[in-house]
Design a protein. Structure first.
Length: 79
């Protein structure tokens, strides 16, 4: 998610980085995780207290980017 047009979730404000953060699923270990930036470069303003490592997402996970709090509701396990 970020300001880039090719992001799945577009954040249309200059306070966000071109690629603010990404949410991914690890099929081998069966869990969702969030990371700041695009794995090569961190976002300018950080994602939730400037995380700079992959962070596991649990049910009803909340994180902050800029002035916004985002809640993620994911089905943690694939059937």
């Amino acid at each position: 998610m970020g300001r880039e047009k090719n992001c799945n979730i577009i954040l249309n404000h200059l306070s966000y980085s071109r690629i603010q953060c990404s949410i991914n699923y690890n099929e081998n270990d069966n869990f969702w995780f969030i990371n700041d930036g695009d794995n090569e470069k961190e976002s300018t303003n950080g994602t939730w207290v400037f995380i700079n490592w992959d962070y596991d997402i649990e049910k009803d996970f909340l994180f902050r980017i800029g002035q916004n709090i985002i809640q993620v509701n994911l089905n943690k396990y694939k059937e």
